[in-house]
Design a protein around this ligand. Structure first.
Ligand SMILES: Cc1cc2nc3c(=O)[nH]c(=O)nc-3n(C[C@H](O)[C@H](O)[C@H](O)COP(=O)(O)OP(=O)(O)OC[C@H]3O[C@@H](n4cnc5c(N)ncnc54)[C@H](O)[C@@H]3O)c2cc1C
Length: 543
């Protein structure tokens, strides 16, 4: 008979849930992790959605944090199958009239990026050299900020200002501290003068979760999304699901009980504390010490727990926690005979091998208009995207000689369109994109496409339970970041409900494949359960 009682039960087998499970199991805690789908890993997902043999990462593709991620190091995930490739040319933008592309190379190739920027502006090349050198030196600070729980605060206490560390950071870059209060766009425009460089940086910034480009107060995201993160991106050999596979193996080897196809319907309360869960098939599993939720905030508190167990404050804050409108993607996937060959490649063939290729925008204003559409619940008129062709770097991801294109459109929230409207988008938008694509890369015709697919925000909302299709499980705007995520009394992973913890992306530091929410939750749990710091603390690392 299967066990019905454990020390700790974790809800949700995305990468944060897996992180928490692996560390707790290694500490000797009897932990059981429950995943609703038949597969582990949540958005660490690879599927043959176009044609057999073509792997598409229709959710996460860029791994920005593997080189600093504790889980990756402490459990030696490469030895469990999580091998990586670190593409030299990380990102690039091509133009319709075939003028030179702009390319960003990886962290150890600052000079190559500067050369590419210099084609348009010597000033921008100099600025990149200076700011990127400083960004590389800040890696430890950034890692510590990610992998440390934010300051604890409770309702009624003075909220911590999430801006404080940000404006200190600006001065480390030699930039004015006031820039932390500006928008990402303001910061890009202030630092870089070329329209072509700006266009690339605008798109890079939104890709990596900068809240609306034009919101004042989110300038801190300029540092992370434009300076720290581009240059760090790794890809998983064989597709993103290989990282998930290694994480699952780490959990099993550490002794966690793993139950997939086990959707939780209810969190059970006994004596005023979270005491277990009930699955959709009616089975009950009891938790002696804690229930840890690594799924969305609203699902945890409103659906599984029930608002009657929440204080009016927590109820109000949960209902008003924002999902979208800025981090909402549609994923385009195409099986190709040959990779795109850009007009701009005549100036620099690097654009044809850039891992992340920005296509469809001819100016910085094009990117702004595009972002405004999604932000205001409209499908962008300009069917532009950013795409990657992983098969250029890893031949295992497509049949011999063929190529797998995957990419992202920024779309409005799932609820902005009806189901029928989303179906119409699915039927028509890739075709519009392809027509535009051909103007930038003439070989991108229908004949070059073996099959294609579009995954909509409504699909993310339903399939992955990412509300509104928000890839961060909640907007990462300043009002929902760091100590303010998700709200007072819950931002430190414990909640006002005794025995109930949060470990998903609705906590600090938010969305992205960081494994930080799960790791930070473990730190807090270890303290509460009286487990030694050695469970998570590697002596060679201070976070
Ligand atoms: C299109 C897209 C592109 C992205 N690209 C990138 C990228 O390139 N790089 C990057 O770093 N990040 C990227 N992200 C973001 C990143 O994938 C997510 O932020 C991250 O995967 C969230 O991890 P998580 O563990 O919090 O949640 P999830 O990955 O959403 O996992 C949650 C899990 O909980 C399960 N679950 C939900 N409800 C229940 C229940 N009631 N019972 C049991 N199980 C349940 C779900 O099935 C799911 O498996 C992308 C996301 C999307 C959608």
């Amino acid at each position: 008979m299967s066990q019905t009682e454990h020390d700790v039960i974790i809800i949700g087998g995305g990468h944060h849930g897996l992180t928490a499970a692996a560390y707790l199991a290694r500490a000797g805690v009897d932990v059981c992790i429950l995943e609703g789908r038949h597969e582990w890993g949540g958005a660490l997902y690879t599927a043959e959605v176009t044609a057999p043999g073509f792997c598409h990462n229709i959710h996460a593709n860029f791994m920005e944090f593997l080189h600093v991620m504790p889980f990756f190091q402490d459990f030696d995930l490469p030895s469990l199958g999580a091998r990586t490739i670190y593409p030299e040319i990380q990102a690039g933008i091509a133009f319709k009239d075939g003028r030179p592309p702009v390319l960003i190379y990886r962290n150890d190739m600052i000079e190559e990026t500067a050369k590419s920027f210099a084609v348009y502006s010597k000033h921008d090349a100099e600025t990149w050299r200076d700011l990127k050198t400083k960004a590389n030196q800040l890696e430890l600070i950034v890692s510590a900020a990610l992998y440390t729980p934010p300051l604890k605060w409770n309702q009624g206490e003075t909220p911590p200002s999430p801006l404080l560390p940000a404006h200190n950071l600006f001065s480390l870059f030699g930039l004015d501290e006031e820039m932390a209060f500006k928008s990402v766009r303001d910061c890009i425009d202030e630092c870089f003068e070329s329209d072509e460089v700006r266009a690339l940086l605008y798109r890079v910034a939104i890709e990596f979760a900068a809240p609306s480009l034009e919101w004042p107060g989110s300038g801190y995201f300029f540092l992370f999304a434009c300076l720290v993160m581009p240059g760090c991106w790794r890809m998983m050999v064989g597709g993103t699901h290989r990282l998930n596979g290694a994480m699952v193996t780490a959990c099993i080897k550490s002794g966690a009980t793993m139950r997939e196809s086990s959707r939780v319907r209810r969190i059970l309360m006994e004596g005023g504390r979270a005491a277990g869960v009930e699955l959709v098939d009616g089975k009950r599993l009891m938790a002696r010490k804690a229930v840890v939720s690594a799924i969305g905030l609203k699902d945890t508190f409103l659906k599984l727990l029930g608002e009657e167990h929440l204080s009016p404050y927590a109820r109000r804050r949960t209902k008003n926690f924002k999902d979208g409108p800025d981090q909402v993607l549609g994923s385009v996937a195409m099986a190709l005979h040959e990779p795109p060959k850009y007009k701009s490649a005549k100036w620099d063939p690097g654009i044809d091998r850039a891992w992340y290729q920005v296509v469809g925008y001819d100016s910085a204003k094009d990117v702004l208009d595009y972002c405004r559409a999604g932000h205001c619940d409209r499908i962008p008129e300009l069917p532009a995207a950013a795409v990657w062709i992983n098969s250029l770097w890893d031949a295992t991801q497509a049949p011999a000689g063929k190529h797998n294109l995957t990419g992202w459109y920024f779309f409005p929230r799932a609820s902005a369109l009806t189901e029928a409207e989303w179906e119409e988008v699915r039927e028509t938008y890739n075709e519009k994109f392809l027509t535009l694509y051909g103007e930038f890369a003439p070989n991108m015709t229908r004949d070059n496409v073996i099959a294609d697919y579009l995954h909509t925000p409504l699909d993310q909302h339903r399939g992955m339970r990412m509300r509104e299709g928000d890839f961060g499980h909640g907007a990462m705007s300043l009002d929902q970041m760091m100590g303010l995520r998700p709200f007072a009394g819950a931002s430190h992973y414990g909640t006002e409900v005794p025995g109930l913890y949060l470990a998903g992306s609705c906590t600090h530091p938010g969305g992205g494949v960081t494994a930080a929410c799960g790791y930070n939750a473990v730190k807090v749990l270890c303290e509460d359960l009286g487990l030694p710091q050695s469970v998570w603390q590697n002596p060679a690392r201070f976070y």
